[in-house]
Design a binder for this molecule. Sequence first.
Ligand code: 8YV
Length: 318
Amino acid sequence: MVLKQCNVLIKGKFLPPQLIEKIEKSFTAFRLWEANDEAAFLAEMGGKIDMLVTSGNAVMGAPAALIAALPNLRAICSNGVGYDSIDMAAARARNIVVTNTPEVLNACVADFGMALLLDVARRISEADRFTRAGHWQQGRFPLSSKVGGKVCGIVGLGNIGQAMAKRAQAFDMTIHYYNPRSRPDVPYTRHDSLVSLAQQADFLVLTLPGGTATRQIINVEVLQALGPQGYLINIARGSVIDQQALIAALESGQIAGAGLDVFEQEPQVPAALRQCDNVVITPHIASNTTETMAAMADLVFENMLAFAAGKAPLTPVA
Ligand code: 8YV
């Protein structure tokens, strides 16, 4: 297919600008977020769209209604590894190819998980606020928690989970994990329930996929098991935690603290979380380094080129 004959719908402005630019140079592209009336745009142009470019995060995705409004859609290329916000059943029912960007972001996401863990344990962001506010003049900053020698409990031992384990080991942590499948290839201690892992863990790190199967699996019981010395780190999806239960646990001291890069309803972060001093919050940026963004954008583009050339995509979602 001649690239300019391939009509691409770009869903949102949160995609990297260099990717948008490349797509617009090569394909005939439409910016959905700039349409004055999205429904009118889809009614007029929906039937002409061959490919959709989106991202896996909650703000973007590809819901069933959008897929239905694109009756000739043949590929969805997503900028991100998680694809829980893409309606896979709707895509599969129409044999629409879906691609994601695995592997290239593992290191940066795991680095960020470790950074959140260190930050919340050593109270770095809190100490920064303390110092900037001039409180040092009035007294010492309170003590923090040691990281070395503690148990890092990883929920979801996929590629990112394993990259996290490697980093935690370098900080002299012991690795325990919970994963639906046993991983005989790793030397870490497996738990067959989340509660059991949370009981053992000093830091519970979430690196599992989002979606209906994992919705709110970090619930009151798991938080209770994590306990008043335990920290929760989420670099997965906001949907995997019962956010109200987490807020209650943080406010009551049921757990010690949390490092959160993802939230239930992004980009909204509840005021209760923003007010907790024992929480480090960041705006879903674990993969967002210049290098990894470029690698992800390249992979999205390579998948698009392969699709347009009638070749097998590089990284189809299984
Ligand atoms: C975002 C992510 O998609 O890969 C994922 O699943 O959550 C992230 O990498 C990325 O930040 C693009 O917005």
